[in-house]
Design a protein around this ligand. Structure first.
Ligand code: HXC
Length: 272
């Protein structure tokens, strides 16, 4: 499918991806690399980053990584510096690092709630802020990886719903503040995606067919389908897209979150 796009769509551009060692974020990095971009990754686990970087280099582009937890503003600043030192200033930055677990609100400790807020929301802010000067130089853009939880509440996702709503308001605010400087900000909202850590966590609660049945298209997304749309959003093809939430969920959100909620609640044991 990506063959339909020019292989030079992002040629010579530099893309930074937080949380890029695995899952949807790595798929976004791969899509960008297949379309010619050089890629910098940051994440918490060096082993994953090493493997991911090697896979990206095998696509014929330059790739570099820095170990950084997005909760640590100093480490994020340093990761963006490493990226620029190796590749030059970033043309696009993906605020992708996220954390999640399913738990009823009364069982989420203050520390658990804070962990998700700090990774998803504060971490996204750290990455956006650290990349500001580079993006101003290149008239680049930010892409936040949000979630359906930002638009509607999901049960056992109080922490994530709060965090993702914040992520999208952060995105919109930056679209207003930084748009006049030539920096676009958007978010992508993936639905269920096969082969990801997030779906593995969900699959523990219900049969995969139940989840697929919630999607009008009748299946989960493939990783590359999310990567392709993300890459287009960061490319000149989307030059007039700013402040937008782009939903890539096969139509799942059209029916709200009630099917998800029912599946999660019916999978929970009575003592849950
Ligand atoms: C209740 C939990 C919990 C659980 C962790 N905590 N898991 N509480 N139910 N299942 C609590 C811990 O008890 C602790 O609180 C606090 O959260 C912090 O946990 P730590 O493990 O010490 O923190 P940390 O190592 O920083 O881990 C952060 C994390 C973890 C978010 C909790 O899950 C993580 O690192 N996840 C990264 C990978 C990930 O989640 N990928 C999926 C993203 S996909 P106390 O009070 O005990 O100290 C996605 C798409 C949506 O977001 C998919 C839908 C499910």
């Amino acid at each position: 499918m990506r063959d339909l796009l020019s292989k030079d769509l992002l040629r010579g551009r530099n893309v930074f991806v937080s949380g890029g060692g695995s899952g949807v974020n790595l798929a976004i990095a791969q899509a960008c690399a297949e379309l010619g971009a050089n890629v910098a990754l940051c994440g918490r686990t060096e082993a994953k980053l090493k493997l991911a970087t090697a896979a990206l280099e095998a696509l014929g582009v330059e790739a570099v990584y820095a170990v950084a937890d997005v909760r640590d503003a100093v480490a994020v600043d340093s990761a963006l510096e490493v990226a620029a030192r190796h590749l030059g200033p970033m043309d696009a930055v993906v605020c992708g690092a996220a954390g999640n677990f399913l738990a009823p609100a009364e069982r989420i400790s203050s520390n658990g709630f804070r962990a998700v807020m700090d990774i998803d929301l504060l971490g996204s802010f750290h990455v956006a802020k650290a990349s500001f000067e580079q993006l101003r130089t290149t008239a680049g853009n930010l892409l936040f990886v949000s979630g359906g939880q930002s638009q509607m509440p999901f049960v056992h996702q109080a922490h994530v719903s709060a965090a993702k709503a914040g992520v999208d308001q952060l995105m919109r605010t930056l679209a207003l503040e930084w748009g006049p400087l030539g920096i676009r900000s958007n978010s992508i909202i993936p639905g269920p995606v096969s082969g990801t850590e997030g779906m593995r966590r969900l699959a523990e609660t219900a049969d995969a067919d139940v989840w697929a049945g919630m999607v009008p298209l009748g299946r989960f997304a493939r990783l590359e389908e999310i990567g392709t749309i993300a890459a287009i959003l960061m490319s000149p093809l989307a030059a007039f897209v700013n402040g937008a939430q782009i939903v890539v969920d096969g139509g799942m959100s059209l029916s709200g979150s009630s099917a998800f909620n029912q599946a999660v609640l019916s999978a929970a044991t009575p003592s849950d």
